[in-house]
Write a protein that binds this ligand. Structure first.
Ligand SMILES: [Zn+2]
Length: 412
């Protein structure tokens, strides 16, 4: 059982949450006082006094259950021994809506149960810490597993994970991280990046399973929720290539420098497509024989999926149409086409274009499609950058022809 206590500097009318994926807090957080409630206002959860009075504290009891949230990270990722990774961003709250994204500042204190340690920002602490949460927040481990250093990663790996996953994390992930470092440059971190890999069976419904992964600043995390039968099935049908792709995609994000990540989700083709591209190239280079058919199929699937979504929406509007995966599928194709043109035009590559773009954003250019198109133009031609621009902006009644043009454009 966990408790969340909010204390305001001066009395407030409402507490608003920084992240509002759905109404799970309203359903699951139990106020310790019956004067406090969580209600929905303007589609967001808010904490308020039942009578509308000002209040200066609010406390809740919560169970550390794994729940998948739409487009957000799970609040708790339990380990098989009862330890837990906690996602701090879930708890960020402010007194004025919407929470200010630019001067965000959330002082937090975390107290762990006796005999358990806390791992945050690459360091191991005894049972009590204070820090200021910012931006998207971080994963924090609370429990008894001793983290291990592994290829520069501080790793907290659930020993109960199926052996196929264990070997992917301890053998393959370091290879993939090394690929990213070689191609995208060393991380300039203040502290060791951390890997969280948790595994627990929580869903009561035997047919439900879930895996979730993501990256936050200097963190990569994955959670599996499988029952015994699903775990046996997983071992029997373990698809090494899909796992490698998933890990490579996440490892790629890890090296993508936060200043290069676009704020506008309509520009997500840049970093999501590039994470797919990096996965493609890492597997191509390090798992050449065993991954060949898989990679071929992966590009075919991305092409078909991209065709299908472009029939209904342009890439720039895909997010608004709830077709976020279009950024992965069409994004991969764009970066593959860039690779082809960059090689031909300047003997460079899609990764070189990405690195140029990262440099531009480090020097103050905005992380967006326009800056990326400039990086493309520098390594290919202004004409090809124009073709990519049209591909992104327009709707395509004939998407097959549009993808073809992307690759086949004959340019000077
Ligand atoms: Zn991604």
């Amino acid at each position: 059982m966990w408790y969340a206590h909010y204390v305001a500097g001066s009395p407030v009318k409402r507490l608003y949450f920084h992240r509002n994926p759905n109404n799970a807090r309203q359903q699951r957080w139990q106020p310790l006082s019956n004067e406090i409630e969580i209600e929905i206002e303007d589609d967001n959860e808010v904490v308020r006094h039942r009578t509308g009075k000002l209040f200066s504290s609010a406390s809740f009891r919560l169970t550390p259950t794994y729940i998948p949230l739409p487009k957000d990270y799970a609040p708790f990722s339990p380990f098989s021994n009862g330890d837990v990774a906690i996602y701090s961003g879930r708890f960020f709250a402010c007194s004025v809506a919407p929470c200010d994204m630019t001067s965000n500042h959330y002082p937090i204190r975390l107290t762990a149960p006796k005999n358990e340690h806390i791992v945050i920002q690459g360091k191991i602490h005894a049972s009590d810490i204070e820090w200021v949460g910012r931006n998207s927040g971080e994963q924090i481990y609370v429990g008894r597993i001793q983290p291990k250093m592994m290829s520069g990663l501080l790793a907290i790996i659930d020993p109960a994970l199926p052996s196929s996953i264990l070997s992917s994390l301890t053998v393959d992930l370091p290879i993939l991280m090394q690929f990213m470092q070689t191609n995208l440059g060393e991380l300039q971190n203040q502290y060791a990046p951390t890997l969280f890999a948790s595994f627990a069976r929580e869903f009561a419904n035997p047919n439900t399973k879930s895996t979730q992964g993501g990256t936050l600043t200097d963190q990569i995390f994955t959670h599996w929720d499988l029952n015994q039968a699903q775990m046996d099935e997983h071992e029997r049908t373990f698809d090494q290539n899909s796992t490698l792709w998933f890990l490579a995609h996440e490892a790629g994000h890890f090296y993508q420098r936060s200043h290069a990540k676009p704020n506008d989700h309509n520009d997500a083709w840049i970093h999501e497509g590039m994470a797919e591209m990096l996965a493609y190239q890492a597997l191509q280079q390090h798992y050449t024989d065993e991954a060949q058919d898989f990679l071929h199929q992966k590009v075919l699937d991305a092409t078909n999926a991209c065709h299908a979504s472009l029939t209904e929406t342009s890439l720039v509007n895909a997010s608004e149409q709830q077709k976020f995966s279009t950024h992965y599928d069409c994004g991969l194709l764009i970066h593959l086409a860039v690779e082809q043109h960059a090689e031909r035009a300047t003997n460079s590559s899609a990764i070189k274009v990405w690195n140029n773009y990262v440099t531009m954003t480090a020097q103050g250019a905005e992380a967006n499609t326009q800056t990326y198109l400039e990086a493309i133009a520098q390594n290919t031609s202004a004409e090809f950058a124009q073709v990519v621009f049209a591909f992104i902006q327009q709707t395509h009644p004939d998407p097959k022809a549009a993808v073809k043009t992307l690759f086949a454009a004959k340019l000077n």
